[in-house]
Design a protein around this ligand. Structure first.
Ligand code: UD1
Ligand code: CA
Length: 470
């Protein structure tokens, strides 16, 4: 098979989004919209894939190129958005530069159509090949065709042209079959047809759809067969033009993603209210309770439990760990069989060892908590190195910040920190040492010793009566 290149149109502003951000950068499943058609093109082995950018070009290029490291993704600038035909023409130089042969064919996709699947594109490739046509494209029959280009066919049923809503007569507007905006075209035919296009239409734009009438003209002259079409479901080719459509498409993408995870052995208690970004990895027999949100580069091992209402961003969670409800965890690691939450917070750089416990209202930042160590209630542990088998009592605070710099607290293996302790860093509690309840630890505690700082308790008898407090 000859090489197929792809061009993804992503230069438009997306006026109907009413946003400062280019439409193709709005997110679904944690990825910008244009990510999805580009991924579909790569799934089809297209090379290169050229994204046509214009509105916020630098930002669009930056965000998309990060998502496809090492892939043959190129960018072409369409400075002024003069229409979809002009956008494709803008990609020609980039195609040449990347060594694409003029004899190949080009797959044309829209950056705002995220639901198209590689299977449907595969079908388009087959039909074009079988028809030996210079052009094949996808049509659909939506419940409401308003806004789409209508497919005008001749008496034999061959496509004659596509007429845009704004150019259509009353009779043409009644046509139910519409253009999905996805085409596979022989490169020489494509660029010749675009070269002959004009802007004589209601919007004064170069219409990509004019390549369909160009193919019909060639067919009438006997130079090529008519263009071929395939029909796809409305869902697959529906575009995102406003935020309601964005939410709808994002929900479809999410359904697909969660179905795939469930097929792979992940239990999702209620897929309607579970959110898993693209790129998140989850092992078998892991259970996601309702209202869980897994974002960024999160990776969960096997048999992990994620309780209701947890939000995990860029997290690494090892096999058998349990994250109890309403915990918020970011850029940290949870070891095998560890228990976190409910209501726990891990900020970047927390490393919880195997079998460790972090309980309710505990905040941990940039801290190693060794194997089997516990901090079960109401604590702040920041910039600390905590060994194995340590017990951190309720209300323990590492005072890591002196107003200018952060300092490290070290707690060695087997130490016991009594409740309501403040550890004023830099400070070390050595192996097996004890810190009494309510201690302010300003100096290192030697191995095997007990540190206490609170004074002796005094009881003032009869105080209540004397003060008349009754
Ligand atoms: C287009 C089709 C219409 C089809 C519909 C399917 C044309 C003339 N019309 O209409 O037949 O039914 O898609 O969704 O092609 N873009 C650029 N540069 C431009 C103009 C657009 O990159 O100068 C990009 C947009 O960012 C968008 C895509 O092309 O991703 C489609 O443009 P849009 O204006 O949404 O076209 P429609 O009016 O929806
Ligand atoms: Ca559109």
């Amino acid at each position: 098979m000859d090489a197929i290149a792809a061009v993804v149109l992503a230069a438009g502003k997306g006026t109907r989004m009413k946003s400062d951000r280019a439409k193709v950068l709005h997110q679904a499943c944690g990825r910008p919209l244009a990510y999805f058609p580009i991924r579909a093109a790569f799934a089809l082995d297209c090379a290169p894939v050229v994204a046509v950018v214009g509105h916020q070009a630098d930002l669009v290029e930056k965000e998309l190129s990060q998502l496809f490291p090492g892939a043959p993704l190129e960018f072409a600038l369409q400075k002024d958005q003069l229409g979809t035909g002009h956008a494709v023409a803008s990609a020609q130089a980039a195609l040449k530069r990347s060594g694409f042969s003029d004899r190949g064919s080009v797959l044309l996709l829209c950056g705002d159509t995220p639901l198209v699947t590689a299977e449907t594109l595969q079908r388009l490739v087959r039909v074009k090949r079988e028809a030996r046509a210079p052009l094949a494209f996808i049509t659909t029959r939506p419940a409401d065709p308003k806004g789409y280009g209508r497919i005008v066919r001749n008496e034999k049923g061959s496509p004659e042209r596509i007429v845009e809503e704004k150019d259509a007569s009353a009779a043409e507007k009644r046509i139910g079959e519409v253009n999905a905006g996805i085409y596979l075209v022989d490169a020489p035919f494509l660029f010749k047809a675009l070269g002959q296009a004009n802007r004589n239409n209601a919007q004064g734009e170069y219409y990509l759809t004019d390549i369909v009438s160009a193919a019909a003209a060639a067919a009438r002259e006997g130079r090529a067969p008519w263009s071929a079409t395939i029909e796809a479901s409305e869902e697959e080719v529906s575009g995102v033009n406003d935020r309601a459509q964005l939410a709808w498409s994002a929900a479809r993408l999410r359904e697909r993603r969660l179905s795939a995870l469930m097929r792979d052995g992940v239990t999702i208690v209620d897929p309607a209210v579970t959110y898993v970004d693209e790129g998140v990895e989850i092992g078998t027999d892991t259970v996601l309770e309702p209202l869980v949100s897994l974002r960024g580069k999160t990776r969960l091992g096997r048999g992990v439990e994620v309780g209701q209402g947890c939000v995990l961003v860029d997290m690494e969670v090892a096999d058998g760990a349990r994250i109890l409800p309403y915990s918020h965890l970011t850029a940290s690691q949870v070891g095998k069989g560890a228990i976190v939450g409910p209501f726990a917070r891990l900020r970047p750089g927390a490393q919880l060892g195997e079998g460790s416990h972090v309980g309710n209202f505990v905040e941990i930042k940039k801290t190693v908590l060794g194997k089997g160590s516990k901090a079960n209630h109401l604590s702040y542990l920041g910039d600390a190195v905590i060994g194995e088998g340590v017990n951190v009592g309720a209300g323990t605070i590492t005072c890591n910040y002196d107003g200018k710099k952060k300092h490290v607290t070290t707690i060695e293996d087997g130490a016991f920190i009594g409740s309501d302790t403040q550890l004023i860093a830099p400070v070390t509690v050595h192996k097996g040492a004890y810190v009494g309840t309510g201690t302010t630890v300003r100096e290192d505690v030697p191995p095997g010793s007990l540190a206490v700082s609170a004074g002796k308790q005094r009881n003032i008898e009869g105080w209540v009566e004397k003060k008349g407090k009754k």
